[in-house]
Design a protein around this ligand. Structure first.
Ligand SMILES: [Zn+2]
Length: 335
């Protein structure tokens, strides 16, 4: 693994035309770029912590193209997992996930934890205005910001991006947790990789942050931001067959439009899925404890939830379901 940090003080040749597959022609290793602009403190932006999530690269290219010779505010750009990006992977087999190894991680020190410590150290030598980490996800999700500390400024950041924002305390070692100590910090989830609307949305937020003098002094109005948090993770056991087609012969079946349930409330009387077995799902809480029987019940071949919950980040991709999870279950965040 190549964990050496390269630092540039200007944009390298070929930056604006760079495509993700050729990323290492310009950035052979993880790179921190520092560009001086009119205002300070600087904005910090991290992209490609997950190699296949390339909307951040497109957003940063669009932003810097617009301000090639008159950058309104100084900026740091950290280009993360270039090795995984080159082959369109989130993370390479055996490699440390670049969004789990920032200061605050529970991981044993390794090359990647040292790399992220160095990035934070260099970027925060002077004050920072805000830190933004740009990601994508795999399903039909609305764009939203994730925050790991519910400060007034972080809520303003989230509300600037969308009226829904997610609070999360796990996993540890994400970039926002490290930057919470230094400046307002948020993760942007910009829909599927490469989607135009997500790229434009992220670019607009970065553009606004380049121009803002300070964050609003007043709290965010409740109608401007609904904060939700993840209560549980929903997995399908490996030996349970499943389909997104109610007439399929499978242990567990969902409606074909299941993905449309993203960020909608499921009531305790709504049918969540159909099943012919007793234990079709495993639900774990934020601490990794099994809470299946607390959260759901099976009655006459139908799966119901025991409390009002909102599924999010539903994926219907079989590979990701087996590797990661089917979805998360959210509740409204209350302090
Ligand atoms: Zn990601």
């Amino acid at each position: 693994m190549n964990e050496q940090l390269t630092i540039f003080s200007e944009l390298p040749e070929g930056f604006f035309d760079l495509e993700i597959a050729n990323i290492r022609d310009v950035f052979p290793t993880p790179t921190l770029i520092h560009l001086s602009g009119h205002k300070s403190p600087a904005l910090f932006v991290s992209i490609l912590l997950h190699g296949n999530e390339y909307s951040g690269l497109k957003a940063v290219q669009a932003l810097l193209k617009k301000y090639q010779d008159h950058l309104p505010r100084s900026i740091y750009i950290f280009i993360g997992n270039v090795e995984a990006a080159e082959v369109n992977s989130r993370v390479l087999p055996g490699q440390t996930d670049y969004n789990r190894c920032w200061p605050g991680t529970e991981m044993e020190p390794n090359a990647e934890t040292r790399l992220m410590s160095e990035v934070v150290q260099v970027a925060s030598r002077d004050r920072l205005f805000a830190a933004i980490d740009i990601h994508n996800n795999t399903g039909a999700n609305p764009h939203y910001a994730g925050i790991t500390s519910v400060t007034q400024d972080n809520q303003h950041l989230a509300a600037m991006f969308n009226h829904i924002g997610m609070v999360f305390k796990r996993p540890k070692g994400v970039s926002t947790t490290a930057f919470n100590e230094i400046c307002p910090a948020a993760i942007l989830e910009c829909g599927k990789p490469g989607e135009e609307t997500g790229i434009r949305h992220a670019t607009e937020l970065l553009d606004a942050l380049l121009h803002m003098d300070h964050f609003p002094q007043k709290p965010v109005a409740p109608h401007d931001l609904q904060l939700v948090q993840s209560l549980a993770t929903l997995n399908i056991p490996d030996d349970v067959s499943f389909d997104f087609n109610l007439s399929a012969q499978a242990d567990l079946t969902f409606e074909s439009g299941f993905e449309m349930k993203n960020f909608t409330e499921i009531k305790t009387t709504d049918i969540f899925a159909f099943t012919r077995i007793d234990n079709p799902l495993i639900i774990t809480n934020q601490e990794g404890e099994d809470v299946t029987s607390e959260i759901m019940r099976v009655e006459n071949g139908k799966v119901y939830l025991n409390k009002i919950l909102m599924p999010a980040m539903i994926t219907m991709d079989r590979y990701i379901i087996r590797q990661d999870c089917l979805c998360y279950l959210l509740v409204d965040y209350h302090g």
